[in-house]
Design a protein around this ligand. Structure first.
Ligand code: ADP
Length: 399
């Protein structure tokens, strides 16, 4: 690794034959030799390249070797390049250079001792290559440290997400068991009561009117069980991307009226007056069953959280977009909660005695999204909520 790092060497001498001789002497594998016949030429090369070593002739016309070295020491880019002076004068000249403190300096005297020159250059080249190798290792270490930090960050996020998922699953399981138990308890109690009457031969408990009321109660409990199971199935369909949409031509106004009719018993039980304002048919191409689910979910919520106050459903069309609004005057939703309620298992106002898995609005939004529509809510706590849905009357084919 070390010896494969290329080292550039600069030799400066006013006599071309000296340059040539030195070049031959110090040439070697992975060494690039640059030659300059004056200090000016050398300065240009020094600015263009990173040198492992500069060998400067001291006696040159114009700027001499010491002056060039002083200039090099004063420039950031060339400050640390080791310098070897070549001098024909005696050793007392060694002290004529002032810039020792900032970088390595050495001397060679003419006539040159071939072995001494070779080993000196080799030492400087090795030092340079070691420095470069360390620099690369430091850079590689820094890079891997940064990668580790990124990985650690990702791990922490995944850990947080997993913790949240586990918490949500646990919450969900406890809500599901509670929600399933409520209608099942109702059914089991009814069954036990009927068995008791049967055991006592109490035929009065099974008059036509009483049987009708019992059947209605059973139906309500069974319907709420079916709804819970349907919701859970829808969520797993959404998760696996299997919530399919089968669009057919239909009328949103007629569809809303039908939902109102189907939920007649629930509306009567909730005690809110529901008014449908749909003066004209609103035709579109949608999955009828799924859009009925949207209207039913929004209306059921308005009945649940509507504080028995009047509820208004508006259906109309505007520039190719069908609009549905479900407005209640109930408990309302705080601004913070408005952001959360369209997500899975998000229930707010849990202090109120209302049931639900926190899935209705999540499923509703997925259905609206699948129809390339939008859903939103505006609400003031204590004054009521208005859920608004926009559905393009015809869907774009390619999405
Ligand atoms: P849930 O089955 O719990 O009702 P939803 O997804 O339908 O689940 O609703 C999520 C939460 O949004 C509810 O728990 C409720 O707190 C709030 N919410 C939904 N509709 C209304 C509304 N019309 N008024 C007030 N709060 C509402």
């Amino acid at each position: 690794m070390l010896s494969t790092l290329e080292a550039k060497l600069l030799i400066v001498d006013d006599l071309p034959e000296n340059l040539l001789a030195l070049d031959v002497l110090i040439r070697g594998e992975n060494r690039l030799i640059y030659k300059a016949t004056s200090a000016d030429e050398a300065l240009v090369l020094l600015l263009q390249h990173d040198f492992a070593l500069a060998i400067l002739d001291v006696q040159m016309p114009g700027m001499n070797g010491f002056e060039l070295a002083e200039l090099m020491r004063g420039t950031e880019k060339t400050k640390h390049i080791p310098i070897v002076f070549v001098s024909a004068a005696g050793r007392e000249m060694n002290y004529a250079f002032k810039g020792y403190e900032s970088g390595a300096v050495d001397f060679m005297h003419k006539p040159l001792d071939i072995q001494a020159v070779k080993s000196k250059v080799t030492v400087f080249v090795d030092l340079y290559q070691q420095r470069q190798a360390i620099k690369h290792q430091v850079q590689a270490l820094e890079k891997s440290r940064q990668e580790q930090e990124t990985l650690l960050g990702e791990l922490r996020t995944t850990q947080d997400e997993l913790r949240l998922a586990v918490r949500m699953r646990d919450d969900f399981m406890s809500i599901v068991s509670h929600e399933l138990r409520t209608p099942l308890n109702g059914l089991i109690l009814e069954t036990q009561l009927r068995k008791l009457h049967l055991a006592k031969g109490n035929a009065d408990a099974f008059t036509l009117d009483k049987l009708r009321a019992m059947t209605d109660r059973d139906e309500r409990q069974l319907n709420s069980l079916i709804r819970l199971i349907e919701d859970m199935l829808d969520v797993s369909r959404i998760r696996t991307g299997k919530l399919s949409i089968r669009p057919v031509p239909c009328d949103l106004a007629a569809l809303a009226a039908r939902v109102l009719e189907n939920l007649g018993a629930q509306i009567a039980a909730a005690g809110s007056q529901v008014e449908l304002i749909a003066p004209q048919p609103v035709p579109g191409v949608w999955d009828e069953y799924r859009i009925e689910q949207v209207v039913a979910n929004l209306l059921t919520n308005a009945l649940r959280y509507g504080a028995k106050k009047p509820i208004e459903i508006r259906v109309h069309a505007d520039q190719g977009v069908a609009r549905l609004e479900v407005r209640d005057q109930g408990i309302g939703i705080s601004a913070d909660d408005q952001q959360r309620i369209f997500q899975q298992f998000e229930r707010v106002n849990c202090g109120h005695s209302v049931q639900g898995l926190g899935l209705g609005l999540f499923i509703t939004k997925q259905i609206v999204d699948a129809h390339q529509g939008q859903i939103g809510v505006s609400s003031v706590p204590g004054e009521g909520s208005c859920f608004h849905v926009r559905l393009p009357q015809t869907m774009e084919k390619n999405s």
